[in-house]
Design a protein around this ligand. Structure first.
Ligand code: PBG
Length: 332
């Protein structure tokens, strides 16, 4: 008897055999989305301490950076602003001359073909650092319905500036519907909504809060972001977002949440993104700087894992670097 009957190793016996048996294509630069931070009141770029290689940019330099992103083959940028003025209601998030609004205009002028996504949230703009407006009467809870009105104003102000996609990340109920209605009412039928559908209350966001200067001054975000013990709830959240008019859905964080990516992929046809967050970048970067692991190989493996789980696109602070490592850089 021929034993073993099936020789699985045949398919791994050479580079050609391995390539032939690949179940998913290699990650493309075009699948990646690069986050960019723009800070008001600085004159040169400032490196983020917990994220070596990632910077806050002054608005005057942002178009040049976006051009670099475009040339690298990366598919899109997602913008985060750090304003000078913060107040209780986060009103600097939706002024015409807000930091993100200015950045959108500058990028669209210099690199019109680059897809620009604007993160829609209040946490960088509120003095208390929460993602919404606080209801003083309700023991400091974030007021859902007041907040989604403000988020809709943010989205419309980004659309006025020329954004392609808005990405609401505050995890407020009904935020997608409210934003969709406001966009349509203002004549922005083509602006798309990428919903942070399953955004978990995660300690992996730590370095981002340094970068965006947005840690909550009291309490935490567990009354609006998801509990990481749950996955049925992620399906419910995504279903609601699609019903409310989301064009694409997202899972965040990505590492450690591939089961959620997989479930949403199986449950819905909508384009699916995942957000490999600041803590994921910081961990690998720190280990790489110490020489503990091969950064290029580890990042490529991790990004491929997200694609295998079912993500169409990946938001990652490694986007630009990875684009340089990947072979398929052709724009599509
Ligand atoms: C909220 C927002 C956060 C991130 C993206 N959008 C922070 C938070 O929810 O606390 C985190 C991204 C990261 O960690 O890379 N506007």
């Amino acid at each position: 008897m021929d034993f073993p009957a099936v020789r699985m190793r045949d398919r791994r016996s050479s580079e050609a055999a391995r390539k032939k048996h690949r179940e998913i294509p290699e990650v493309r630069a075009n699948d990646l989305i690069m986050p960019l931070f723009i800070k008001e009141g600085i004159s040169k770029r400032a490196e983020i301490k917990s994220m070596p290689g990632i910077y806050q940019f002054p608005v005057k330099d942002i178009a040049k950076e976006a051009l670099k992103v475009y040339i690298s083959g990366v598919g899109a940028v997602i913008l985060f602003g750090i304003p000078l003025d913060k107040d209780k209601t986060g009103s600097s998030a939706y002024t015409r001359d807000g930091i993100v609004q200015k950045a959108i205009r500058a990028i669209k002028k210099k690199v019109p073909r680059l897809t620009v996504i604007g993160d829609v949230c209040l946490c960088e703009y509120t003095s208390h650092g929460h993602c919404g407006i606080i209801n003083e009467r309700k023991k400091g809870d974030v007021d859902n319905d007041l907040t989604i009105k403000a988020l809709a104003r943010v989205a419309v102000s980004y659309a006025d500036a020329g954004v392609d996609i808005v990405a609401p990340s505050a995890m407020m109920d009904g935020q997608v519907k409210r934003i969709k209605e406001a966009l349509v009412r203002n004549g922005y039928k083509k602006v798309k909504i990428m919903a942070y559908s399953a955004k978990y209350a995660s300690s992996f966001y730590g370095p981002f809060r340094d970068a965006a200067e947005s840690p909550p001054k009291f309490g935490d975000r567990r009354s609006y972001q998801m509990d990481y013990h749950n996955s049925d709830e992620a399906v419910m959240e995504a279903r609601l977002d699609i019903k409310e008019g989301a064009d694409s859905i997202m899972v965040k964080p990505a590492l450690g949440y591939e089961d959620i990516i997989y479930r949403l992929r199986k449950a819905f046809k909508a384009p699916l993104a995942c957000y490999s967050v600041s803590g994921e970048y910081a961990m690998i970067k720190a280990a790489a700087l110490k020489g503990y692991l091969d950064e290029r190989k580890v990042v490529t493996e991790m990004l491929t894992g997200f694609k295998r789980a079912g993500a169409d696109s990946i938001i990652t602070y490694y986007a630009m670097e990875a684009a340089g490592w990947l072979k398929n850089k052709k724009r599509i």
